[in-house]
Ligand binder design. Sequence first.
Ligand code: SF4
Length: 298
Amino acid sequence: MNVTIDKSSGFCWGVVRTIEIAEQEMGGGDDLYSLGDIIHNPMEIHRLGDKGLKTISVAEMEKAKGKRVLIRAHGEPPSTYKRAEELGITLIDATCPVVTKVQERIRKFYLDGYQVVIFGKKEHAEVIGLIGQTNGQAIVVKSVEDVEKVKLDGKTVLFSQTTMDKPTFHKIKEELQNRIKDLVVGSFEDEAIEFHAKDTICGQVSGRDAKIREFAKANDIVIFVAGRHSSNGKVLFAISKEANPRTYFIEDSSELQAEWFHEAENVGITGATSTPQWLMEQVKAAIEAKFVPALTAG
Ligand code: SF4
């Protein structure tokens, strides 16, 4: 049995950067708090927790009064920055630069009087940060069906959470365009509502689609390692499963099941942009230690 780790899987540069910032800041010895889980991967949270990183929610910010608080890659809404200032908190802003750019663009359109529509998940930390740029006015849609709730009575712009999937983004864009066309009064095209669609899906995520598909097809089974709350993990897992139905999702090696490896000559290990390399290596070692000898013996 050959066990291979997907070379193009693992942390995206935005996450690598955030973790590097956290590790540098923890070197000083003073308390460092992360606003929410630094990454959607429980194993990596434990590793950093052992080094001293504490996690608090926005509602618990008072606990970090006068201390240092890290803003993770997903970013935060302006209200968090304001609250930190009130509490004398020193913010270590590790927002991914790609997310910062999306925040800035959304703010600009909002201030220019556009209705902002965001393709994303309402409860996702990044989306909360994006909605905050519009004073809570942005409308969040997570599917084509949701487009119905967008009231088209003014100039409108569509953005995306950085980890959503491109095909659905384009379907939502088309649906909005069609609805706007239907609103044109008489035959005067120029009376249509002004509409722009900004594809802000991160290249680090969308570029992985094709690679993960290829990797999944090249292996008999695929072990997909990610945190269950990772949005990017869910998208990439679905792509891998579509390309190879024998794709299994795990958070760590304790979830591996012997029957998955039945007649599997080539086993591939891959993961989300939040999956650490060391964790995939641990999974590889566990497969080789637990399943390879058992299968050989059987
Ligand atoms: S997936 Fe893209 S936007 Fe998200 S943290 Fe990574 S680099 Fe930044």
